[in-house]
Design a binder for this molecule. Structure first.
Ligand SMILES: [Zn+2]
Length: 329
């Protein structure tokens, strides 16, 4: 098992042990009682820490995508109505995930929905907070770790700079995990969307199937109980593990963006652990709801409480534009 996955596994044990605490929106860690700087000072400190870091590990979680208008997952938001309106009207779903959990009577309609879901994220432009983050990372050595499956980061950066440990909407796997294989989902999704038109059903023959056993395909994502943790998954963990191990003695900044309370085990707590244990590590989190800085690392970092889009915008505006937004090698 790779170094980073091992950290996640340890954290997961802790999570099960203290499940009630986490479920109540808290943390079992003793927190710093240090008073936070003013917002302006925090933005200055963020820029300073970025400037001084030899390298940056960005942990991008759900709050980051939601901040940029990708807020169609959990509620009946305007963006949900825009992309999923015909399904929302027919079934009263409130948020894209509700439809993914729904038992459609026909497989053709189930796939009409899945195709709509994948098409929405595959085709989405790179959102503003990601572009602002990109400006902040100009000229830095960095690696991205993300639990977001919506492909925003891979639209900006080459695959080797991004570890997508919860899957990626551009790929299918076998729904039965019969073989350790993933394949392109972009073209089949495009064909389903075209064939579906204004309706909600795709033609039976377009339902994507596993090339090995003929079972239905499924998006390569965690969250539905059949996530394929094979060679592609290991590869994602390998990238982040190698990056951290290679840079472990440098001034490494862990920048956590938008981690929610139900999944502290992938980014947040491994970052806390690494900040504590690597000699020159620093930690900054941006979170709109939780101000959690463990006491053990209170002198090694801070939490900026606030709207992620605004924080990144305010910080990025003090950085000159070079080639932000262009895919870099
Ligand atoms: Zn199969």
């Amino acid at each position: 098992m790779s170094f980073y996955e091992n950290l996640v596994m340890q954290t997961q044990l802790n999570y099960s042990r203290y499940y009630g605490v986490y479920a109540a929106g808290k943390t079992p860690y003793e927190l710093a009682d240090k008073k936070a700087l003013t917002y302006e000072k925090q933005i200055e400190a963020l820029l300073q820490e970025l400037e001084e870091a030899d390298c940056v590990v960005v942990g991008g979680a759900s709050g980051l995508s939601a901040a940029g208008g990708g807020d169609f997952y959990y509620g009946n938001t305007p963006s949900f109505q825009k992309y999923f309106g015909k399904f929302a009207k027919k079934y009263g779903f409130e948020g894209a995930f509700a439809g993914m959990q729904f038992s459609f009577a026909a497989r053709e309609e189930r796939w009409g929905y899945i195709a709509t879901f994948l098409n929405t994220t595959q085709k989405a432009p790179v959102r503003e907070p990601y572009l602002d983050l990109d400006r902040l990372l100009q000229g830095k050595d960095f690696h991205i770790l993300t639990t977001n499956q919506d492909t925003q980061f891979v639209k900006l950066y080459p695959e080797e700079k991004v570890s997508e440990i919860q899957g990626d909407h551009r790929f299918f796997q076998c729904s039965r995990c019969c073989e350790d294989d993933t394949w392109d989902a972009v073209k089949p999704v495009e064909e389903m969307i075209q064939a579906m038109g204004e309706g909600t059903f795709v033609p039976t023959e377009l339902i994507p199937r596993c090339p090995h056993c003929g079972a239905e395909a499924f998006p390569w994502v965690r969250g539905y109980g059949n996530f394929l943790q094979g060679k592609k998954y290991d590869g994602e963990y390998q990238k982040i593990s190698e990056y951290i191990q290679k840079n472990r003695d440098k001034k490494i900044l862990f920048l956590e963006l938008g981690v929610g309370r139900m999944t502290p085990m992938f980014i947040q707590e491994p970052f806390w652990n690494l900040t504590l244990n690597l000699p020159k590590a620093r930690y900054i989190a941006v979170n709109d709801r939780y101000d959690f800085l463990p006491k053990e690392i209170e002198d090694r970092g801070m939490v900026i409480m606030g709207d992620i889009a605004r924080v990144l915008k305010d910080a990025a505006e003090s950085v000159p534009v070079k080639n932000a937004g262009k895919k870099r090698a």
